[in-house]
Design a protein around this ligand. Sequence first.
Ligand code: ATP
Ligand code: MG
Length: 237
Amino acid sequence: MNMKEVVLKLENVYKTYHLGEIETRALRGVNLEVYKGSFLSIVGPSGSGKSTLLNIMGLLDFPEKGKVFIEGTDVTTLGINEMATIRGQKIGFVFQQFNLIQHLTALENVILPMLFQNVAEDEARKRARDLLKMVGLEEKISRRPYQLSGGEQQRVAIARALANNPSIILADEPTGNLDSKTGKMIMEIFKHLHQDKKRTIVVVTHDSYIASYGDQKVLIQDGRIVSNHQTRKEYIS
Ligand SMILES: Nc1ncnc2c1ncn2[C@@H]1O[C@H](COP(=O)(O)OP(=O)(O)OP(=O)(O)O)[C@@H](O)[C@H]1O
Ligand SMILES: [Mg+2]
């Protein structure tokens, strides 16, 4: 059997921002299905709605109209607490600015989301160590973010995103604040997570080289998906 399982689905999603008199129609009827084990790149010009789209996919923001399904559950019908629980369990988010907590060590940053999900502290600590080892930071787990390079901070952020074993990892311009060599190293981690760990990954980028890591490319313009196609042969599972 080779059934494609949809892990995340957007149905006719709209989002308009209001700033005083100014109205920005950031998303205008987006339909998208993300299959389990796929690696999606979302590309498009600045202001086209990429971050808005990713934030809605990651339950960090609400659509104004339309539905968002995570593993078949329509999250737009849920209350804010239930939504936060699903986000914590199913979604790992990586930001351009890393967004680590400055007064916590690398290890503590990775432990924190597990404590929010009531994982026992010993177990959380062990898992955080393993994840930091996976991203090559076992020597630096006691450092705080300001004692780490940008690439190292982003690796901590990836370990943190993986903490609760999410079914989907979303990354908004994860290499945007890094030089190209470091950016490539970060993308190699995503590639490993995809190919070896069979994770589902969505990366927003305006860089076509970064986008080439994906096996499916979605182009967004003026709040609409204008193309969505496979860029490589699918993996046989
Ligand atoms: N909080 C907000 N309030 C008002 N307008 C917003 C807000 N966030 C985004 N916008 C507007 O919505 C549109 C889409 O923004 P979005 O951040 O999704 O674009 P993007 O494709 O991620 O761009 P970039 O490549 O520059 O990051 C833009 O016109 C932007 O100015
Ligand atoms: Mg953006």
